[in-house]
Write a protein that binds this ligand. Structure first.
Ligand code: M6R
Length: 615
């Protein structure tokens, strides 16, 4: 949420910052701004709306200079406006600051400053932080060589909340400072230039050498040198990492939206999730990153899986997979709930946190809570080097490549594939026979080409979307493995088309939801040929009996279902535990086409941001 790019070097900062902001636009897109220091002092420009508006404004009023900070915003305190856009200045007007996060005690600080005669032009917590840093700066003697850095440190000691910040000051045209707590920040090191950013994708075209900052790190870049210290204790040292281009660079190519591109990437991204991880001799999976011995894996009594949104839905598929293949009890929970619960946990519980970005604030907090309580906690992440990936005790990378569309698509299937491998592995150590393992591996290997086959239905799914796009409410129903797929389908429909959608296990229908069914509320029925097919068909009849329209997702060759459903989308047959990898694809396409037909901004739906780094 919110994107930061800062630059200091020998080149003009404006085009570098602007390019970085465009690459970070998925993190927030309600306003943006830039501040640069040049011969005229500190100059800034801020614009409500998409970054394109800032770009247009810069064309008529460029900001020359070789040092600058910039920001793309997802509003927390104060609505989207030019005034609330970052950067914000301190009372002197000479210091500018960009911020990602939330300053929880901003109100009392603001009251204090107002009593001192400060004036504020925005409603944001960030402007209060700028004033706080500025106040400390005034109090530090000008003889202090680290005056701005020390002012930032002193200010941050007074705030509660989360931050990734970058600060510049007119009197220091060769210096920027930054710090993080809870919001990601990366220092990137180029040839005679440095960058500070929320996400490496912003700067990857300039350098691949980065330092992922940790919480309480404070970074200072001055005259071509950088230093990293800690806000709280002597610094433990840092590591310079080489970023893999494939993990960070995202281009839309010929696709009209990142979401569609990412849906179509799934044959490859699913393959990437299992490539090199199948053990075709033992009929198991190789997951070295778990950092656990076979003995430790055998000793697991329970598993807890935590995540948010789509990641939680993949966890729910994981729950069924692990329980069914490995017979280990699994619980899933919203990371945001777990972090404040005091749920009793068996000491031999293994915790998994699932996060595409590896930066989701609630998931990160849940990971820290689990580890604080002494549990081994593993991460399933896509972003290499993300905070969750770095702080977990081990884990599995998805290798899905960058996911930019706000609606998660390929990360869901990659996560489900990783849970399949995990369940296979844990199962083979327990009750799953070699022949069952072999059957699963053979089915896994077919999945990419089966997904390819479903993607060919995109045009016909578009026709179905056209037929249903004007309904105001939809239901998504499925049982067993398909329950979580229904939830994922409903989330996709809601977040990009803004059509109200609810998901339930099909059999729950008659306990209340059935009251919603009429000719105006279509139902998407996940009804593949699985162990509950007959039961599901009865539930489908209950909908039809009440004049509800039905779009069925069914298994190829099932002609029976076509007699009852208004529309049917067929997917190839596979084993029941792997079916979510196939049935979710038509739902992604259905929501995508519906949203496009309704004229929605598919990659940047209203009120959302890709990476939710605030609580
Ligand atoms: O990066 P994460 O996987 O931790 O993100 C979790 C959710 O914020 C995310 O899945 C969100 O629900 C998506 N917009 C769903 O499409």
């Amino acid at each position: 949420m919110c994107g930061i790019v800062a630059y200091l070097g020998e080149r003009e900062a404006q085009p570098i910052l602007l390019e970085g902001l465009f690459r970070l636009e998925y993190r927030g897109y309600d306003s943006s701004g830039m501040a640069i220091i040049n011969g005229k002092g500190l100059q800034s420009l801020k614009k409500k709306g998409r970054i394109q508006f800032l770009e247009e404004a810069l064309q008529s009023a460029p900001l020359p200079g070789k040092i600058g900070i910039s920001h793309t915003r997802w509003a927390t305190h104060g609505g989207p406006s030019d005034e609330n856009a970052h950067p914000h200045r301190d009372q002197s007007g000479k210091l500018a600051l960009v911020h990602n996060g939330v300053i929880e005690n901003y109100h009392s600080l603001r009251t204090r400053f107002l009593a001192q005669g400060h004036t504020f032009i925005s409603e944001t917590d960030t402007e209060v932080l700028a004033h706080l840093v500025g106040e400390h700066y005034q109090q530090i003697p000008s003889s202090d060589l680290n005056r701005l850095e020390n002012a930032l440190k002193a200010a941050l000691k007074e705030v509660n909340g989360t931050y990734g910040v970058a600060v510049i000051h007119e009197d220091h045209p060769n210096l920027f400072v930054g710090a993080r707590r809870g919001s990601p920040l990366v220092l990137a090191i180029g040839e005679k230039e440095h960058f500070l950013t929320s996400d490496v994708s912003a700067i990857i075209s300039h350098t691949q050498k980065v330092v992922y900052l940790n919480d309480y790190d404070v970074v200072s870049v001055q005259n071509g040198q950088f230093s990293i210290s800690s806000l709280t204790k002597p610094h433990a040292g840092y590591e310079i990492t080489e970023v893999d281009l494939a993990d960070a660079k995202a281009e839309m190519g010929a696709f009209p939206h990142f979401m569609l591109k990412e849906i179509f990437e799934q044959p490859q991204s699913i393959l990437n999730a299992f490539r090199g991880r199948l053990d075709t001799e033992e009929y198991a999976a190789k997951l070295g990153g778990l950092n656990m011995t076979p003995q430790e894996l055998l000793e697991i009594h329970r598993i807890k899986i935590l995540g948010c949104g789509t990641a939680l839905h993949s966890a729910m598929v994981g729950e069924y997979l692990i329980e069914s293949l490995a017979q280990i009890p699994v619980e899933t929970d919203f990371a945001s709930e777990f972090r404040y619960r005091n749920c009793p946990m068996d000491r031999r519980t293994l915790v998994f946190v699932v996060s595409q970005s590896g930066e989701t604030a609630d998931t990160l907090a849940a990971l820290r809570e689990a580890r604080r309580k002494g549990f081994r906690a593993l991460g399933i992440c896509n972003r290499v080097g993300s905070t969750i990936a770095r702080e977990s005790d081990g884990g599995v990378y998805m290798h899905a490549g960058p996911e930019i569309g706000v609606a998660a698509t390929k990360s869901f299937t990659s996560q489900v594939m990783i849970f399949t491998l995990l369940a296979l592995n844990l199962g083979r150590m327990r009750f799953l026979s070699a022949s069952q393992g072999k059957e699963i591996i053979q089915a896994i290997e077919k999945i990419p080409s089966q997904v390819e086959q479903i993607l060919k239905l995109s045009d016909s799914i578009k026709l179905i979307a056209d037929k249903y796009k004007n309904y105001r409410s939809m239901l998504f129903l499925g049982r067993q493995y398909q329950k979580a797929v229904a939830m994922e389908g409903a989330l996709k429909m809601k977040e990009i088309s803004y059509i109200h959608a609810e998901a339930y296990p099909s059999a729950e229908l008659k306990h209340g939801v059935i009251a919603l069914i009429d000719e105006e509320t279509p139902t998407v029925f996940l009804c593949p040929k699985d162990s509950v097919y007959e039961k599901n068909m009865s539930n489908l009849q209950e909908v039809k009996a009440r004049k509800g329209k039905v779009i069925a997702i069914a298994t190829e060759g099932d002609l029976e279902i076509a007699k009852f459903a208004d529309d049917v989308i067929y997917v190839p047959a596979t084993l029941e535990p792997l079916m979510p990898l196939l049935t979710v694809i038509p739902l992604q396409l259905l929501s995508y086409h519906t949203a496009v037909l309704l004229g929605r901004d598919v990659d940047k739906p209203r009120n959302l941001a890709k990476s939710v780094t605030v609580e």
